[in-house]
Design a protein around this ligand. Sequence first.
Ligand SMILES: O=C(O)CCC(=O)C(=O)O
Ligand SMILES: [Mn+2]
Length: 157
Amino acid sequence: MSVQMSNMGPLGWVTDQAGGYRYQAAHPVTGAPWPAIPAVLLDLWAELADAETPPDACLVNLYRDGARMSLHQDQDEADMRFPVLSVSLGDTAVFRLGGAKRGDPTRSLKLNSGDVCLLAGEARLFFHGVDRVLEGSSTLIPGGGRINLTLRRARPA
Ligand SMILES: O=C(O)CCC(=O)C(=O)O
Ligand SMILES: [Mn+2]
């Protein structure tokens, strides 16, 4: 995967050759807990995703140098009734959204800095990915690129 990743919140989504993809409470290299999810993101989740149950994971993706993300479903969470909410910052992403099956038709849409994407209901398990990032389309991120913050409820409520 060409995207650089970190996390905020009680759980982080990590991967390595030994363990594959998983949620865990500590940074895989340092063993340190992840920093807290900022209040502004918790408020956004309460408003748009779920008013009662907070997210327990916020993935931080950094796209630079032609990084992209292939078409996939978010399915490592315990309860799919909780939506996936993400905030785009910095360079514009060319986002691809399909359907519930890999072969379903897809559409392309741009996610600009400040855009919020909510995968909820039927769309919770829709295939999606990032075809490319339009380098230099924003000056927000020092050093350039795009940051995507993805809030999820990984464990049961
Ligand atoms: O960067 C994005 O907009 C999507 C990220 C994503 O789908 C993921 O991290 O699972
Ligand atoms: Mn995803």
